[in-house]
Design a protein around this ligand. Structure first.
Ligand code: 13P
Length: 288
């Protein structure tokens, strides 16, 4: 991530993710609309202080062999944000956080506001992840409020959607995704401050992935729905990430599917070598 996005580290006042390449010739991974891919690592509830060594290792690998084709983000737990900011200072990597409270402050013991995350160095926050929807019973309305909170704090919202195994089995995938988008995406969402992540619940942490054709179908559908909700010009600039068992071995297959503009990576983002190997799919290098 260059220029503006790099400056966004620790400064929520900038637009964090210019998603379009702006007049450059489309590079590997950019689609016809020139959308610059984003690969974000979601560490979930993993990582103590010693995990920062992985950031150091990632930083070193990228310094030696950069991947200029994609924006790169790491979303550690909130406890590591400030230290991760220091560990990544001077690089083009950005930091994201995981979840936020809808309100800016108040009597909500244990919660963290979007403003606090921005203050700690985040440029984005993941909301509506299926683990939050399941573990905490989060509704679409709450996810939308959290995305609005992110925007209020000048963070990008990475809004997750995706069907369960049973819903896919019932042929309800598109209907579920449509409902989640309609309920979770704020009216004022724009490509510059919002990213959609399609994460089929049954693919998360299982090693299972949809076929490229299935991914293409859902991503195309999501872009169409965003067009219906926000206008097709805006929708054509949105980044739609795929998430669910993205690994070095399947990155090349999944990242170049039409309407896939990057990935939200869980388990494989915890190890610098695996995360880098996924990133390097954009450079056409096989770093496995
Ligand atoms: P895995 O890559 O571990 O399947 O997790 C995906 C995910 O939930 C990212 O948010």
């Amino acid at each position: 991530m260059r220029g503006k996005a790099a400056q966004a580290l620790g400064d929520g006042s900038k637009t964090p993710f210019p998603p379009s390449a702006g007049g450059r010739r489309a590079g590997r991974g950019e689609d016809v609309a020139g959308i610059r891919p984003l690969v974000a690592g979601n560490w979930k509830m993993n990582g103590l202080g010693d995990a920062l060594a992985e950031l150091g290792a990632l930083r070193e690998r990228l310094a030696k062999s950069p991947v200029p084709e994609a924006d790169i983000m790491v979303c550690p737990p909130a406890t590591l944000l400030s230290r991760a900011r220091a560990a990544l200072a001077g690089t083009t990597l950005t930091l994201g956080a995981q979840d936020c409270h809808p309100l800016p402050s108040g009597a909500h013991t244990g919660d963290i506001s979007a403003e606090m995350l921005a203050d700690a160095g985040a440029a984005a926050v993941i909301v509506g992840h299926s683990e939050r929807r399941t573990d905490h019973g989060e509704t679409d309305a709450l996810v939308r409020a959290k995305a609005e909170a992110a925007h209020r704090a000048k963070l990008a919202a990475i809004i997750c959607v995706g069907e369960t195994e049973a819903q896919r089995g019932d042929g309800a995938t598109l209907e579920v995704v449509r409902r989640q988008l309609e309920g979770s995406v704020p009216d004022k969402a724009r490509a510059a401050n919002t990213v959609i992540a399609y994460e089929p619940v049954w693919a998360i942490g299982t090693g299972l992935t949809p076929t490229p054709a299935d991914v293409a179908e859902v991503h195309g559908f999501i872009r169409g729905e965003l067009g219906r909700l926000l206008g097709s010009a805006e929708a054509s600039r949105f980044r739609i990430l795929y998430g669910g068992s993205v690994k070095p071995a399947n990155a090349s297959e999944l990242l170049f599917v039409p309407d896939v503009n990057g990935a939200l990576v869980g388990g494989a983002s915890l190890k610098a070598s695996d995360f880098y190997a996924i990133l390097s799919a954009y450079s056409g290098r096989d770093a496995r």
